[in-house]
Design a protein around this ligand. Structure first.
Ligand SMILES: C[S@@+](CC[C@H](N)C(=O)[O-])C[C@H]1O[C@@H](n2cnc3c(N)ncnc32)[C@H](O)[C@@H]1O
Length: 260
């Protein structure tokens, strides 16, 4: 398939990521992604409002596709909500873990992203009564999965995380704010800090990184800044254009910036 955009480090495909048929088996080292959450977000070209069981069946399809394209020891970091209230309380994170395990992935850990977003806190349930109070956690989850083995050999590879960051980020509760949708030109972007930490913690400079739900292009932009090759897939041409513009304006990093 012809890419929508390509430079020395970034390749973007404007297509549906469900089956990833255009990617080779065992070609990806690290996936970082935030899929549509089925919360009726107004994306340009995608209806984010499936019945919940159909949504999970769709997640199972791309979780299997991701498994196929991942190398042995490949990793997948999937940013999802803890739960939702849409159509009744749903433990979305727990369902994702179940679906990914059924697709063949092994579970490594979960990073809790403390987004500190309490502005959406409007429903109390039963105010000051135990009859039906609502408890909401202002966090998102990033379960981390791997294909068959966790340990990856270092030989011939380079990496670039410093001691302080390693110490801080290996405590799995991360606190930083979300991204402003207006600034990103996308209704549901994640902030650069999210892929930045995951890239530095979980990838070698020589790795190939995939984001199958690229949106405004955050993963590819940050991967390029850190000298990693990346592939982004986005079904909507307007978001693809945004992601391509972001990649184009990101200069190639100097080698001293990306290698230990
Ligand atoms: C939560 S957003 C990702 C945002 C991204 N992390 C960012 O920082 O901008 C999910 C994206 O998936 C895209 N999408 C939905 N269904 C898709 C599919 N089947 N294949 C590829 N992309 C899809 C949507 O258009 C949307 O841009």
């Amino acid at each position: 398939m012809e890419p929508y955009y390509r430079d020395d480090l970034v390749t973007i495909y404007n297509t549906d990521a469900t089956h990833l048929a255009f990617l080779d088996d065992a070609s990806i080292d690290l996936t970082i992604t935030s899929p549509p959450y089925n919360l009726d977000v107004s994306y340009n070209g995608y209806k984010d409002d499936l019945p919940y069981s159909a949504y999970l069946e769709w997640v199972a399809l791309w979780a299997r596709a991701l498994y196929r394209v991942s190398r042995l020891g490949g990793r997948a970091c999937v940013n999802v909500p803890l739960d939702t209230n849409k159509g009744g309380k749903r433990a979305v994170y727990a369902d994702y873990v179940r679906v990914f395990l059924a697709a063949g992935w092994q579970y490594q850990t979960t990073i809790v992203w403390n987004e500190q977003n309490i502005s959406r806190r409007t429903a109390w349930g039963s105010w000051r009564k135990p009859s039906a109070p609502f408890v909401t956690a202002p966090v998102e989850m990033i379960p981390v999965f791997y294909k068959q083995r966790w340990h990856r050999p270092d030989a011939g590879k380079h990496w670039s995380i410093d001691a302080r960051d390693f110490q801080d980020w290996s405590l799995g509760c991360w606190t930083f704010p979300g991204e402003n949708p207006r600034r990103a030109g996308h209704p549901a972007p994640f902030p650069e800090e999210l892929p930045r930490r995951l890239l530095l913690l979980y990838s070698y400079v020589e790795d190939v990184v995939l984001d199958p739900f690229l949106g405004s292009g955050t993963t590819c932009r940050v991967a390029k800044r850190l000298g990693r090759r990346s592939i982004g897939v986005e079904v909507d041409p307007a978001y693809c254009e945004r992601a391509a513009a972001a990649a184009r304006s990101e200069p190639l990093p100097g080698s001293e910036a990306i290698r230990s």
